[in-house]
Design a protein around this ligand. Structure first.
Ligand code: PMP
Length: 462
């Protein structure tokens, strides 16, 4: 690295320390240690200001960079679009927004409308507003409740935190909004003591009990992650999803699937829900839509929902009265169009399924080897490893300190892994792996070798 570059990097570290307020980060340690500042990425590899190389097993820390770093074709597509037309408000149209909506909907049978905004939280909040407006205009305001599931996460705003199944994320930010009601989670490892099929039945029955208790006529939507991400990578038991969809149809409740993490190939299908043969009424997505090359999120719905917003032509409210300024920035759909083309041209869904099967085998052998590994669960390139003190004795979760030590141990070996972080009291004990969908067996060996060595050491330290 040239001296000039080093000077800029030193300056950046100082500026970061003095001026940047990092997300979900305790700043006290930065009084004595330098923050980590990243400089460059290529494929699955990252380099920081010190020139240290990392293999990124979590796609940018929060399962975002699905097609990997350093994609010049996305950067070029964005550059070309921004030079032609960078922005026009979403009340009008732009060419990339129209073309991306069309390409996206080719992947989503039964859905026909795309509403653009900038983040996963916003995309979810749009659904809540749509559901409330439908309730106001079509049900005299009586169908406004939104059900969400324990352990699921839908965003960081006060409305999305009101629908949060991770109570630690809510601590200190109340009061929250009325009309959001929790249903139980479906973590088989902790709740299931029967066959998978009967656990699915019990879990769906638990949702039905909440619906009946609250009154089906008062409930507008059920909002769920297809596979719970930050709450512990929870894959629902077989037979769960068709039952949940049946409940929604039976009680006239709109099914909202939050694909912010699972969308865009993460599970080996375009969307997580497509693993389960269900038909949602709303699908929200953000992270993988443009793999972090631009800020974009989408709220996708059916023509039947869309039509409800045109039902009263004489009413000035005959529209969705919502706006998102930067939902009109063309960088998002331009990046998303190229991101989608890469996923197709490089067969990355196929790679995800193959590499997912490979990674599952590697993780199951880690489980055989280390008694600290209580459960391994996931789909495609999306895995959770739940650590317990000793699975031969019981399922007592390891402490957050142990989890931090494992994450830190892997980092010392140049591998970045993730963990459930300050979300569910007592259960922040799951490590997360979500490498880019370009991962090779060699990359996955590298990740699991680092994990193996770290777990070996961790077990001795307990
Ligand atoms: N939904 C899920 C499932 C998420 O994991 C997240 C973020 N991790 C969000 C919504 C919120 O997305 P954003 O941070 O882009 O607002």
């Amino acid at each position: 690295m040239s001296t000039n570059r080093n000077t800029i990097f030193d300056h950046a570290v100082q500026a970061d320390r003095q001026h940047v307020w990092h997300h979900m980060t305790q700043h006290k340690p930065f009084e004595t240690q330098a923050p980590s500042v990243m400089v460059e990425g290529k494929g699955m590899r990252l380099w920081d200001v010190e020139g240290t190389e990392y293999l990124d097993a979590v796609s940018g820390g929060v399962w975002t960079v699905n097609v990997g770093y350093g994609r010049a074709s996305i950067a070029n597509a964005v550059c070309e679009q921004l030079t032609r037309l960078n922005y026009y408000a979403g009340s009008g149209g732009t060419v990339p927004a129209a073309l991306f909506a069309e390409r996206l909907l080719e992947k989503m049978h039964g859905l026909s409308r795309v509403y653009y905004s900038n983040s996963g939280s916003e995309a979810n909040e749009k659904v809540f507003k749509m559901v409330r407006q439908i309730s106001t205009q079509h049900y005299n305001g009586k169908k406004s409740k939104i059900l969400y599931r324990e352990r699921d996460y839908h965003g960081t705003t006060i409305a999305t935190l009101s629908a949060c199944g991770q109570s630690q994320r809510m601590e200190g930010y109340g009061p929250f909004l009325d009309g959001f009601v929790a249903v139980p989670d479906c973590l088989e490892y902790r709740r299931g003591d029967t066959s998978s099929e009967s656990f699915a039945e019990i879990s769906a029955k638990a949702i039905e009990d909440v619906i009946l208790r609250e009154g089906p006529d008062s409930i507008g939507a059920l909002c769920l992650e297809p596979i719970t991400a930050g709450g512990g990578v929870i894959v629902p038991p077989d037979g769960y999803w068709p039952r949940v969809m049946e409940l929604c149809r039976k009680y006239d409740i709109l099914l909202h699937i939050d694909e912010v993490v699972c969308g865009f190939g993460r599970t080996g299908e375009w969307f997580g829900y497509q693993n389960y043969g269900i038909q949602p009424d709303f699908v929200t997505m953000a992270k993988g839509v443009a793999s972090g090359y631009a800020a974009i999120s989408c709220t996708v719905t059916t023509e039947a929902v869309f039509e409800k917003f045109k039902a009263f032509p004489d009413d000035p409210m005959n529209m969705f009265r919502d706006i998102s300024t930067f939902g009109g920035c063309t960088a998002g759909p331009a990046a998303a169009l190229e991101n989608l083309a890469i996923l197709e041209q490089e067969n990355l869904l196929d790679n995800t399924r193959k590499m997912g099967a490979y990674l599952e085998q590697k993780l199951l052998s880690l489980k055989d080897k280390h008694a600290i590994v209580g459960d391994v669960r996931g789909k495609g390139l999306f895995w959770g490893i739940e650590l317990v003190k000793n699975r031969e004795d019981d399922k007592t979760p390891v402490s957050e300190r142990t989890i931090a030590a494992v994450v830190g141990g892997c980092r010392q070996q140049g591998v970045l892994i993730g963990a459930t972080n300050r979300s569910v009291p007592g259960y922040n004990n799951t490590l997360c792996l979500s490498p880019a969908l370009i991962a090779t067996p060699h990359d996955l060996d590298h990740i699991t070798d680092a994990l193996d060595k770290t777990l070996q050491k961790t077990r001795c330290e307990i």
